[in-house]
Design a binder for this molecule. Sequence first.
Ligand code: PRP
Ligand code: ZN
Length: 294
Amino acid sequence: MEKLTIAIQKSGRLTEKTLKILSQCGLDFHIKKDVLFASCASYPAELMLVRDDDIPAYIANGTCDLGFVGENVLEEKVLKNNNYNLDIPIIKKMNYGKCRLSLAIPKEENYESIKDFEGKTIATSYPNILNDFLKSKEVNAKATMINGAVEITPKLNVADAICDIVSTGGTLKANGLKEVAQIYQSECVLVESPKSICDEKRKMIDQLLQRIEGVLSAQNTKYVMMNASKSKLEKIKQILPGAEEPSVMPLAHSSDKVAVHIVCKEEVFWQTMEQLKELGATSILVLPIEKYIQ
Ligand code: PRP
Ligand code: ZN
């Protein structure tokens, strides 16, 4: 029987969230410390835990069928670099792992505009994206390739500035740097190998994709239950964000009040619940939805 091979980042910003989503899709992997492969009892799939920078290459040459990787890494290694002469199709934007690629300088330095980088040396792990950006702004600066700990280079006088991934901004702050320009926005994406994939695997990918969509669309979706007066149903629907048609059930011992259940496609805030209460609704419950297929 065929097995889907899935590449994920071994340890980093994307690892935990990716494993969680796979688990919500019914793929639980037995991960042993320092082992690069993990098998799955509940699905014909195998996980490869690798450096995120290596994922585009494994996908390009067909070592792995699917990969979860930051768009930034994909862009740098493939799109902006004709390394593989291949297109790696993004089959799903995952809506997590959001970050930006930014230029940063020592915090005590003044900054006016992008022209300040003229003649400067910028340390980065993303020379292709950076050079493209500098070219588009007509700034002549030197991008120096550094694989890790880019943030330390200004202190070591290796570079005047850096261009690196910023998520919370904690790393920049800890290294006495300030963000002065964003050059690229990124999030985790699911990519598929452009190498030919057999029918059996194709079916599995389609199924997995449908499950991922089910998990993602459930993320902000809420199940709201309350007791309310029948006459207030229309108003209730207007208050609830992204509400579907409600299920309305009679309540024992009451002729006017009914039980209302509604799926809401957006976050439900305290304010919304207070408005429902003002309409006379009682026992208002907001529950998370784990999986959702429309
Ligand atoms: C990036 C970047 C910083 C960190 C920034 O690494 O290199 O170290 O994240 O995050 P913060 O703004 O929340 O402090 P990444 O996770 O992309 O992994 P890498 O080690 O593969 O570069
Ligand atoms: Zn990396």
